[in-house]
Ligand binder design. Structure first.
Ligand code: F6R
Length: 616
């Protein structure tokens, strides 16, 4: 949700900022802009649309200088226009600011500033902040790095809402300010240069040494050093320097046409990484030290709440089945956006998991905070190391799936389910699972990556079927038990990247209304592996066929009972019911991908979407 990058050093800022923006484009792609300091002048360039448009503009109107900031926008306040694109300037055009987040009281502040004679040129909350800082500077005499930082601090204390910002001033070349509250911001430490970014992927080509800003921190940054201060006046703790565990190659496309396809194909590897070092044959269990809980504490848990948004919520739904089956712990799932405002009665021995690939989703973070405030132990299941949810939770399990750039979540979904399976194994072994049952589960988990490889080998057939159905006006997805969430996820993947309406349902709900939609040109995708509900799913298929519907089935390799009934069949290798969703989702990811490509959609940058929803 909006990407920002700042640079101060000895090199030309613009190419570094543009490259960073290209890597951050998945966070928003409505418009983009940059501002670079050159001899006491702010040179600003902005363009509506993709980063390519900004590249084009800069090739005609280049900018020079080694201090700069830039932004790729996902609009919240104000339409997608050049005036609303960042960076924004203050009224005297002395400072430039980029911002990720939402300032909730910007209307009141705007009215106040308008009364003071300021004419706004955009409809954004960000310009209000820029002007507020500009006025603060004017009140305080000659500008110095310190007076600039203090003016930013005083202004930030007046705003309500969330921000990750980078600011420069025309009279302070070689000086950059960054601050955050609620929106991610990271400082990259180079040699004789420093970077600011909303996401490490933007700067990993330059440095892997980073400092993650904590909420309410503000930094003065120069080419040679940086100093971090607290916005709340508290004396800050020591600065922790982290080393990023992936390199620039991990965020490149390589031979793939799209990040989504790359990430679908990475799943055998990402699953191996998720389970690496976490399987204990000796104990026939999982080792998850990051939970920060003793066996006695884990044993005392009476209820689990899983929360997340979008795809992460679907992983939670699968996790509910797995935890109840393997560990027999009552589990419920909540959309994080609902949980944060709900007064859910929970027993005191409730364990909450906030599931989030980015670790920055605003609703999931708020749900985590609310549960912690109520005194529950709240853990994170995140992919991004050092993300806010990872840092604010009482502990958790990293997915280690590697950076996910495609806006449509794929490998993070299967890694989330795997993490939940490991948690279920660990907690199940403390309750009802024997040593031999634990060993069996471990060997099934270990077999997963190779089975995913086998599913991926069917890509050509899935692509051919996708092409055949790519012009259908609507798709229905059905699944039961463990695979009901996969029906939801299959529909979500299709909707978000191909814009074809689709809905997911529990198979048995067909006859309670949805059956009215069945007709030949509305395909039904039914996830029906050979499991305890296979016969039930078979009935659903028969009911659809009896009404002239078209059926695309996902079933188990070797099952011939759908031959001659289903119109198309995607096979997956056999696996126990609780792990099957990790396999059955793969053909649906590929199916959605190939349909979107066939009808000419921009798979990695779907309409209106952005990865990492850091606003409410
Ligand atoms: C769907 C998708 C979104 C995210 C959701 C949560 O493909 O990507 O639905 O799953 O926005 O994001 P995280 O997991 O980062 O909290």
């Amino acid at each position: 949700m909006c990407g920002i990058i700042g640079y101060v050093g000895k090199n030309e800022a613009a190419p570094i900022l543009l490259e960073g923006l290209r890597r951050l484009e998945y966070r928003g792609y409505d418009s983009a802009g940059l501002a670079v300091l050159d001899g006491g002048i702010i040179q600003r360039r902005r363009r509506v649309g993709r980063i390519e448009n900004l590249y084009e503009l800069l090739s005609v109107e280049p900018v020079h200088g080694s201090t700069g900031i830039s932004h790729t926008r996902w609009a919240t306040h104000g339409a997608v226009t050049e005036e609303n694109a960042h960076p924004h300037l203050d009224a005297s055009e002395s400072l430039a600011l980029v911002h990720n987040g939402v300032l909730e009281n910007y209307r009141e502040l705007r009215t106040e500033l308008s009364r003071a004679g300021i004419n706004f040129r955009s409809q954004t909350d960000t310009e209000v902040l820029a002007c507020l800082i500009g006025l603060e500077i004017q009140k305080n005499g000659p500008i110095t790095p310190e007076s600039f930082r203090l003016a930013v601090e005083r202004s930030l204390r007046r705003v309500k809402g969330t921000f990750g910002i980078a600011v420069i001033h025309c009279k302070l070349p070689g000086f950059l300010i960054g601050a955050r509250r609620g929106s991610p911001l990271v400082l990259g430490i180079g040699s004789g240069e420093h970077f600011l970014a909303s996401d490490v992927t933007a700067i990993v080509g330059h440095t892997r040494e980073v400092v993650y800003f904590k909420d309410n921190e503000i930094a003065e940054i120069t080419a040679e050093g940086f100093e971090i201060f607290s916005l709340t006046g508290s004396t800050g703790g020591s600065v922790e320097i982290h080393s990023v565990d992936f390199d620039a190659e991990a965020v490149e496309l390589g031979p793939y046409p799209h990040f989504m396809l790359k990430e679908i194909y990475e799943q055998p590897t990402s699953l191996r990484e998720t389970m690496r070092g976490r399987l204990s044959h000796e104990e026939a269990s999982a080792k998850l030290g990051g939970l920060n809980m003793s066996n006695a504490e884990l044993r005392a848990i009476e209820r689990i709440v899983l929360c997340g948004c979008g795809t992460a919520f679907h992983a939670a739904l699968v996790g509910e089945y797995i935890l109840e089956t393997l560990a027999q712990i009552p589990t419920e799932c909540e959309y994080a956006s609902e949980l944060r405002y709900r007064n859910l009665p929970l027993p005191k021995d409730t364990l909450v998991f906030a599931i989030s690939q980015s670790g920055e989703t605003a609703d999931t973070l708020a749900a985590l905070r609310e549960c912690k405030r109520k005194g529950h132990r709240a853990l994170g299941i995140c992919n991004n190391v050092g993300s806010t949810i990872a840092r604010e939770s009482d502990g958790g399990v990293y997915m280690h799936a590697g950076p996910e750039i495609g806006v449509a979540a794929t490998k993070s979904f299967t890694s989330q389910i795997l993490v939940l399976s490991l948690i279920a194994l660990l907690m199940g072994r403390m309750r009802n699972l024997s040593h031999s049952q634990g060993l069996e589960i471990l060997s099934e988990i270990e077999a997963l990556p190779e089975k995913v490889e086998l599913v991926l080998e069917n890509s050509d057939y899935i692509s051919a079927v996708a092409k055949k159905f790519a012009r259908a006006p609507y798709f229905l997805f059905f699944g039961r038990q463990f695979n009901y969430p996969i029906a939801l996820e299959g529909a979500l993947k299709l909707k978000e990247i191909s814009y074809i309406p689709a809905s997911g349902h529990p198979s048995a709900e067909l006859k309670h209304g949805i059956i009215a939609l069945i007709k030949e040109n509305i395909p039904s995708v039914i996830i029906a592996p050979e499991d305890s509900v296979f016969e039930k799913n078979l009935n659903t298929i028969e009911e659809i066929k009896a009404r002239n519907g078209t059926v695309i089935a996902v079933t188990t390799e070797g099952c011939d009972r759908l031959n001659g009934i289903a119109d198309e069949i995607f096979f997956v290798p056999p696996a126990p019911e609780y792990l099957m969703p990790i396999l059955t989702v793969i053909p649906l990811q590929l199916f959605a991908y190939h349909i979107a490509v066939e009808i000419g959609c921009d798979v990695d940058k779907p309409r209106n979407l952005a990865k990492s929803v850091t606003v409410e």
